[in-house]
Design a protein around this ligand. Structure first.
Ligand SMILES: Cc1cc2nc3c(=O)[nH]c(=O)nc-3n(C[C@H](O)[C@H](O)[C@H](O)COP(=O)(O)OP(=O)(O)OC[C@H]3O[C@@H](n4cnc5c(N)ncnc54)[C@H](O)[C@@H]3O)c2cc1C
Length: 414
């Protein structure tokens, strides 16, 4: 979260919070060619290291990212990839296999596809941007004159400014304050997954990346109703395959109402059981995982910002949402980061529009316009991603899934 201040007697605030979605905004706010908009970034984590990390595909949002991040910083994007040694081509192909037979079903063609490791990418975006670590937002108040918003943190600190952009992830506290605890809850769908990050012997690691397997990523749908993913997560140490980390999961049907009480060991055992009906590389990568290897269970969930009951009052444009805070979605279509960057791009344009104007109506209009576009685009993607997650687990409908029919591009660009 960020609090900008303008010179003069009246403090003005652009408050943004969160990480990857928000950091491009700050990059742009920092840009010397733009109006100098002061800000502060707040993050609940105590430091820049967190235990959960994953990798994400950046594809259609490269263009807005270029508008936000100066070239001398963005030029390091190649180094933030899961394997910085593999050059990124103008087009890319993500192979989708039949997990039972190994037959190639389709290659999902994409524009330039950066496979980013979240921690490295975030560090790149944070270059030169001060972050207030260990600040967990818990409440928001507004001045009676319609001008200011105040963010309150659990440690008793607070900060005041002109706009607060909540980019605080899928379980956003800002969203909770805006629509209430019940309405802000993410909605589970009838699938779950278990995220596994594993290292292997040199021989096994080389096998997992050797032909016919894709050295970076592949996905498989199984006719029995499962979806498997395997990708490289960390290939930094080019000479030591035993130091490479692989990211893999098999997602499976699980009724939305079911509370999953499996222990870590039971999650691993269940993933191994599912993998036993898959061909390689899934069969082997799960077989080689240790029975007590720490894994991360994840129910598939989303939150559609376009539902009427999810509408929030932006208090004359003083508060809004972006990224997963606004539209958490299921991950199989690989879209959340791309939309988060697009949000950063559009909210930045909105801030530029009202920043130098003293009229409160300008801010209300600009933020209203941002929300109109973001809610329509994000809401559509939440629904498409859900359809995609359902179809990929239903053999009769796999070919109808949005990713197969339309690829990974933004729906309106197809
Ligand atoms: C396994 C997996 C694979 C994915 N693959 C892809 C992909 O291929 N392509 C793609 O586009 N997307 C992908 N995504 C989605 C993508 O990771 C998210 O959409 C993206 O990270 C959202 O960024 P964000 O900044 O909005 O939220 P986050 O990355 O969740 O960051 C939110 C931040 O806010 C902080 N925070 C939370 N609450 C508070 C609070 N109260 N006060 C202060 N700080 C707070 C959190 O600590 C966190 O640092 C994937 C997601 C997963 C889980």
């Amino acid at each position: 979260m960020t609090i900008p201040r303008l010179n003069g007697s009246r403090p003005r605030t652009g408050t943004t919070k969160g990480r990857s979605a928000l950091l491009p905004i700050h990059r742009m706010l920092n840009n010397k060619n733009q109006a100098q908009i002061p800000y502060t970034v707040y993050e609940q984590d105590l430091t820049n290291t967190r235990k959960t990390n994953w990798s994400m595909g950046l594809h259609w949002a490269l263009a807005p990212l270029r508008e936000l991040v100066p070239e001398n910083i963005l030029s390091h994007i190649q180094e933030t990839q899961v394997d910085p040694h593999v050059p990124t081509h103008e087009t890319d192909r993500l192979p989708l296999y039949n997990g039972q037979t190994g037959e190639l079903i389709k290659e999902l063609v994409s524009r330039k596809f950066y496979r980013l490791r979240r921690d490295k990418f975030r560090n790149m975006l944070m270059t030169g941007i001060p972050v207030q670590w260990g600040k967990q937002l818990c409440d928001i108040t507004y001045s009676p004159d319609g001008e200011r918003v105040t963010a309150k943190f659990t440690d008793g600190c607070e900060d005041t400014g002109r706009i607060l952009v909540g980019c605080d992830g899928p379980h956003s506290s800002v969203r909770r304050v805006l629509v209430g605890d019940e309405k802000a809850k993410v909605t589970p769908i009838d699938f779950a997954s278990t995220m596994c990050f594993t290292q292997h012997t040199r021989e096994h690691a080389l096998f997992l990346r050797a032909s016919p397997h894709n050295p970076l990523y592949q996905v498989a749908a199984h006719p029995d109703g499962y979806c498997a993913w395997l990708s490289l997560h960390d290939g930094d140490d080019i000479d030591h395959p035993e130091n490479w980390t692989f990211f893999h999961y098999i997602s499976y049907p699980e009724p939305k109402s079911q509370i999953n009480n499996r222990t870590n060991a039971e999650h691993v055992a269940y993933q191994k059981q599912l993998a036993s009906i898959f061909v390689d590389p899934w069969n082997s990568v799960f077989k080689w995982m240790k029975p007590n290897h720490p894994v991360w269970y994840s129910k598939l969930r989303n939150w559609d910002p376009s539902l009427p009951e999810h509408r929030w009052d932006n208090k004359l444009g003083r508060v809004t949402l972006a990224g997963d805070a606004a539209h958490p979605m299921t991950f199989q279509r690989g879209q959340g980061l791309n939309h988060a960057i697009m949000d950063a791009y559009t909210i930045k344009k909105a801030i530029d529009c009202f920043w130098v104007s003293p009229e409160l109506g300008k801010r209300a209009d600009a933020v209203g316009e941002y929300e109109k576009e973001m809610i329509a685009r994000g809401g559509e993607e939440v629904r498409l991603s859900e359809q995609n997650s359902i179809a990929i687990h239903d053999w009769r409908r796999v070919m109808e899934s949005p990713s197969i029919k339309s690829g990974l591009a933004l729906e309106r660009d197809n």
